[in-house]
Design a protein around this ligand. Structure first.
Ligand code: S3P
Length: 194
């Protein structure tokens, strides 16, 4: 499978219908990089929830956390995702905490197809430390924080429709795994709609 060529398009993913494909997972799982490539491959628009918040507030995520606090960020995140899921089909990369919100999670369940990019601690840590801009990782030892977040969040991420491993290796391989999983995914609601 070569990216950008012979893309199967969404027509061979009948289980998805016109649902947006939402990538969830911890910081460093590759949601934005993989999401952008997946969108190109499927010829769908790509959106990034963190970027939408940054554009709307004219602040970076760390600046937002510093100025308004995490609760305000979570409110903004919930609103941004609800607005995006109201729009046309696209590939959406969410911030690591978005899927932990009950309201957001049920909206995603109702309107989208969720894909959890699962990665191990070493991979996450390596990727996050390359560019240590995440406010949550600045409050202590990043390894310990990521480990605690894995314990807390992985059982919730596991509710996603599709689970794909995103450990070391080219992002294109992860894209291939997602496409394969999407092609065989059967979603009763989407099947009924189409
Ligand atoms: C967060 C993850 C970040 C960003 C914010 C909070 C989290 O996004 O939304 O720093 O709670 O895990 P990425 O997962 O894209 O790094």
């Amino acid at each position: 499978m070569t990216l950008g060529g012979n893309a199967p398009g969404i027509s061979v993913m009948p289980g998805i219908g016109d649902r947006t494909i939402v990538l969830v997972g911890l910081m460093g799982a590759g949601k934005s990089s993989v999401g952008r490539r997946l969108a190109t491959y499927l010829d769908l628009p790509f959106k990034d929830a963190d970027t939408e918040i940054e554009t709307a507030s004219n602040l970076t995520v760390p600046e937002f956390f510093e100025r308004h606090g995490e609760d305000a960020f979570r409110d903004g995140e919930r609103k941004v995702i609800a607005r995006l899921l109201d729009g046309p089909q696209h590939v959406l990369a969410t911030g690591g905490g978005a899927y932990m919100d009950d309201e957001t999670r049920s909206l995603i369940r109702e309107r989208a197809c969720s894909v959890w990019l699962r990665a191990d601690l070493e991979t996450l840590l390596k990727r996050c430390l390359k560019r240590n801009t995440r406010p949550l990782l600045k409050t202590g030892d990043p390894r310990q924080i990521l480990n605690d977040l894995m314990t807390k969040r992985y059982p919730v991420y596991s509710e996603a429709d599709i689970v794909v491993d995103s450990n070391d290796g080219p992002h294109e391989h992860v894209v291939q795994r997602i496409v394969k999983a999407l092609q065989s995914h059967t979603d009763t609601k989407a099947a009924i709609q189409s």
